[in-house]
Design a protein around this ligand. Structure first.
Ligand SMILES: [Fe+2]
Length: 409
């Protein structure tokens, strides 16, 4: 590509006759050409403006051409330097070329041939620079493309993740409708377990396993005979209690058919094991159980105390419960994290007061503070569910005119 403006050249040589000749020849090739008779004058001119080409002699009074070239390479890396010299040691020549001097031309030389060569060299330099910039542009575009692709992939991954967890949550909700749980036990346990797990440093797929295991941890209870399933554990006879303690194992059998994730299955299987080895089904203790399962054990046990978290006494009861059970049912370190989690959640809940709003005011993001039924008593949604864009118009169509208790209005 041709240069759009006239290129600037500086010729530095202590031979006035040669200096004048080379300058004339350079101007003939279209350069705006200035001259300097020694290194010092050259240094002043070089600090005053930028030149496209600098032609420099080596042996000069006051300042050697090598020093001028080295300084110029540092201060103006885009300037093309050509050495025009009578004599040069091979070592010095190698050094100059290695540092970035474009060419070394030996005197005597025809000044006009030299000027034509300087012009051609400059054009080559421009072409090379242009190619490099194009390449850099291509690399930058490719990087931007790949970043965009990674961004899109991670968006899809989040969508798939949310849809997977959402499906499991729906399944948990359906299961609970057949049970004796109040509100959505599984969803509440998921919220607590996730909060404590994050404080315990659990992340990524392990955190996902904690959430899914929380939602499905009681699934095995539906394999229990009705008289055992329908009553609270403390009302069971010793014989019935033995049957009840099989539910984590039943859960694992059910889950194994649809889910091959061993860590997830281990969490479900061990979520009722106590830290001191008095839990069930295998009487495992301490670190024989994964950290994730120890977190779920605590979140499950704590849930009763978090049912009515808008009441101060429940927060206090929850803290007393943790103090009582740390070291027996719960891992003391996990119990410590749970105290920190409770403090944070209590502060958050105080800000998110419960309000009663007309159904027409329902919007995505609000959390139900009550189970929701239609006029004929048909169940619609559980307490604790966060409303989505899709749910709002559908709920509105079946409960128009109702007043509904929600968090975070
Ligand atoms: Fe449970």
């Amino acid at each position: 590509m041709q240069q759009k403006t006239q290129p600037w050249a500086l010729v530095i040589d202590d031979d006035p006759a040669l200096l004048a000749l080379v300058a004339r020849a350079m101007r003939g090739e279209g350069f705006v050409c200035e001259t300097a008779e020694d290194g010092e004058v050259a240094t002043k001119k070089l600090s005053a403006r930028r030149y496209d080409v600098v032609v420099v002699d080596l042996r000069m009074p006051k300042l050697h051409g090598h020093a001028v070239a080295v300084e110029l390479l540092k201060s103006s890396p885009g300037t093309m330097i050509v050495v025009l010299t009578g004599l040069i040691e091979p070592k010095l020549a190698r050094d100059l070329i290695a540092r970035g001097v474009e060419d070394i031309v030996f005197k005597p030389t025809d000044p006009f041939v030299f000027a034509a060569k300087a012009k051609a060299l400059l054009q080559r330099c421009h072409d090379r620079k242009e190619r490099e910039e194009e390449k850099e542009g291509e690399i930058a575009r490719a990087r931007a493309d790949s970043e965009e692709t990674v961004g899109r992939l991670s968006e899809h991954e989040t969508e798939i993740e949310e849809s997977y967890t959402g499906s499991v949550r729906m399944l948990a909700s359906l299961i609970e409708q057949m049970g004796r749980m109040q509100g959505s036990h599984a969803v509440r346990v998921e919220e607590t377990a996730e909060g404590v797990a994050v404080l315990a440093g659990i992340e990524g797929s392990e955190l996902r396993n904690v959430k899914v295991a929380s939602l499905l941890h009681d699934i095995g209870q539906f394999g229990l005979p009705d008289p055992v399933r329908s009553r609270p554990p403390w009302e069971l006879s010793p014989e019935e209690r033995k049957t009840y303690e099989k539910y984590p194992t039943i859960g694992v059998v059910l889950l194994s058919e649809v889910c091959g994730s061993k860590p997830l299955i281990e969490i479900v299987e061990s979520h009722a094991e106590n830290f001191d080895g008095t839990g069930f089904p295998h009487r495992k203790r301490g670190s024989e159980v994964s950290l994730a399962a120890r977190v779920l054990r605590l979140a499950d046990g704590l849930d009763t105390y978090l049912l009515f978290t808008n009441q101060i006494e429940h927060w206090e009861a929850a803290r007393r419960h943790l103090a009582r059970m740390r070291g027996s049912a719960y891992d003391p370190e996990v119990a410590e994290l749970a105290l920190a989690y409770l403090a944070e959640r209590e502060a958050r809940t105080r800000e998110e007061r419960i309000a009663t709003v007309p159904a027409e005011k329902l919007r995505a993001g609000l959390v139900l503070a009550q189970d929701l039924y239609d006029e004929s008593g048909i169940f619609l949604a559980r307490k604790g569910v966060r409303l989505t864009e899709e749910m709002v118009p559908r709920l509105l169509s079946v409960v128009p005119g109702s007043r509904i208790r929600v968090y975070g209005s």
